[in-house]
Design a protein around this ligand. Structure first.
Ligand SMILES: [Zn+2]
Ligand SMILES: [Zn+2]
Length: 304
């Protein structure tokens, strides 16, 4: 019998350990400082905010900073680059003033991500402030589609799964599927989903006891080909609690076994992963520790 060299000898775990992994890193001192921070912790994936996430006003990124950033990404060996958009943006709102501000801020997010040459822009699917979730989902899809059309060379927009607190959209896979379906076909390869493990767990998907079934549900409702990024966070919040609080890998209610499963499942083993775990007093040390944990888990359980 022929040996397939890509197999690790662990059943269907082809490609295990290949996915780019990293963390959300600070842009303190300028966006061009971020790639070295990622390189410093041994990451080959990176997420940043391109502006302060709690403020509407955003400072411009100069062409010089952008060029330095792009050079830094190559130098640090970063394979997957991601921006997370501002927390204030709500493209699903029925309030005209908030919608106008959100559209303008989201376009600016896409513009900055394009300038930096980023692969992905992660966005929350918004809040149904008007109470009608279907209309809010429509509104969100319309706004994202219009923005994407304005930036033909921009990043792929990823709708993030949410914990579902309050009126937040996107805590159910079928709801995310409806948003994706409403993106016009000619733009559909520029949208996808970011699965945040802590959020889906808090939303009621039991990653702790049955991660395979959660992937199956995602595949059934959305299709795993649309899963382009993981946010790999353990959860302080209990299953179904809708409480969005992240824990270090192995220190929350999800536990290491589930992360190992996600990192080794042949259907998603290639999907890049970003940590958004607590930074503590020493962000680099904390990121490094969580990253080492993920790499060990993606290599498979140790024998004995
Ligand atoms: Zn998020
Ligand atoms: Zn997240």
């Amino acid at each position: 019998m022929l040996e397939d060299p890509t197999r690790t000898g662990q059943g269907d775990r082809v490609g295990a350990g290949d996915a780019p992994l990293g963390s959300h890193v600070s842009t303190r001192g300028g966006v061009e400082r971020a790639p070295a921070r990622s390189g410093d912790i041994g990451a080959d994936a990176m997420q940043i905010f391109t502006s302060a996430p709690q403020r509407w006003s955003a400072s411009r990124i100069s062409n010089e900073s952008a060029a330095a950033f792009r050079a830094g990404v190559i130098e640090a060996g970063i394979r997957t680059t991601v921006a997370h958009d501002s927390y204030l943006i709500n493209l699903a709102t029925d309030r005209d003033d908030l919608l106008a501000r959100s559209i303008s801020a989201f376009n600016a997010e896409l513009e900055r991500a394009s300038l930096l040459g980023l692969d992905f822009l992660v966005t929350h699917p918004g809040n149904a402030t008007g109470g009608n979730r279907a209309e809010a989902s429509n509104q969100n899809a319309r706004a994202v589609a219009a923005a994407l059309a304005s930036f033909p060379d921009g990043p792929t927009v990823l709708f993030e799964t949410t914990a579902g607190a309050g009126t937040a959209l996107g805590s159910r896979f079928d709801e995310l599927a409806l948003i994706l379906e409403r993106i016009p076909a000619k733009l559909s390869d520029r949208v996808g989903v970011c699965l945040d493990t802590a959020h889906v767990f808090a939303a009621g998907y039991d990653l702790e006891s049955d991660p395979i079934s959660v992937l199956d549900a995602f595949d059934r409702d959305i299709g795993l080909d649309r899963l382009r990024l993981f946010h790999l966070n353990d959860s302080v919040g209990a299953l179904g609690s809708r409480r969005d609080r992240h824990a270090n890998i192995g220190e929350g209610n999800i536990g290491t076994e589930a992360f190992g499963c996600l990192l080794r499942d042949s259907r998603v083993a290639h999907v890049p992963g970003i940590l958004e775990t607590p930074k503590g007093d020493d962000p680099a040390a904390s990121d490094r520790r969580n990253l080492e944990m993920l790499r060990a888990l993606s290599a498979g359980p140790s024998d004995g």
